[in-house]
Design a protein around this ligand. Structure first.
Ligand code: IPE
Ligand code: IPE
Ligand code: MG
Length: 247
């Protein structure tokens, strides 16, 4: 495990991303390798997330966005989807303490309309409870899909045009960003995906346009401060040109 000195050294010497996005993948494989039901992998994944929030705050990362459930994950068995929904509910209630301890504002992105009223209430409650906290921001992507987000934003833009509130000739990239679920949140600087898969799986497809990508074979339940520091070390070495020339 990372020592206090290693953490301090990382803070002092590395370029810390302002916004870290994580595709937390590999919960199912982690459980299967241990001959456990997949839902225990998801439960362990929630524990890892709790610690990762604390670790990000300790490193000085200001925004953490995590992909918890995609618009495509409904294709899984009824049993797994049911277990995930129950876990999210339980986890969000538990997250209140972590958020208060860490001074962390919690918000959710994605389409909530398929969630149970009790899960929606829990999300509203944690957002309201933490809305004035400024140490960091945790964005939970739940029933989130990048394409679905853009489709929903397009519908809202179209309605604003129809209502005479938006002039189509003035629509810029900034306008589109402002209609997305992530309005007001800076784009991620670093994307980490665990479990070795090298794809976006419909995560933040607009926002990741110039994000640095880091993939690790570590399965999400095994992710920890050591792995986080490795990802930030790799990020520190990247030359971000944004289409321009090296200075
Ligand atoms: C990621 O773990 C969490 C969710 C998608 C909800 P997976 O459940 O995708 O784990 P693997 O990829 O099957 O190992
Ligand atoms: C992406 O992981 C979604 C989440 C981590 C919530 P998946 O495991 O669903 O992605 P694919 O199916 O491997 O692309
Ligand atoms: Mg997966």
């Amino acid at each position: 495990m990372a020592t206090k000195e290693q953490i301090q050294n990382a803070r002092d010497t590395l370029k810390i991303p302002n916004h870290l996005a994580i595709i937390l993948d590999g919960n199912g494989r982690w459980a299967e390798r241990k001959h456990l039901p997949r839902k225990l992998g998801h439960a362990q994944g929630c524990e890892t997330l709790e610690q990762t929030i604390r670790d990000c705050n300790e490193l000085g990362i200001k925004y953490l966005t995590v992909y918890g459930f995609s618009t495509e994950n409904w294709k899984r068995s009824e049993e797994e989807v049911g277990a995930l929904m129950a876990l999210f509910h339980k986890y969000i209630i538990k997250l209140k303490k972590v958020a208060m301890d860490e001074g962390c504002r919690v918000i959710s992105i994605g389409d909530r309309s398929r969630f149970s009223p009790s899960l929606i209430d829990a999300l509203n409650e944690i957002e309201e409870l933490t809305k004035d906290l400024t140490e960091m921001t945790l964005v939970l992507a739940l029933n989130y899909g990048g394409r679905d987000e853009i489709a929903r934003a397009t519908r809202r833009m179209y309605k604003a045009v129809a209502a005479g509130e938006l002039d189509p000739d003035t629509i810029t990239e900034q306008t589109v960003s402002a209609y997305l679920d992530t309005a007001g949140i800076p784009d991620p600087d670093l994307l980490v995906r665990t479990s070795g898969e090298i794809r976006l799986s419909n995560f933040l497809i607009w926002q990741l346009a110039y994000t640095e990508i880091y993939v690790t074979d570590v399965l999400w339940p095994d992710f920890n401060m050591d792995e986080l520091i490795k990802a930030v070390e790799a990020f520190s070495k990247r030359d971000r040109r944004f289409g321009g020339r090296k200075k």
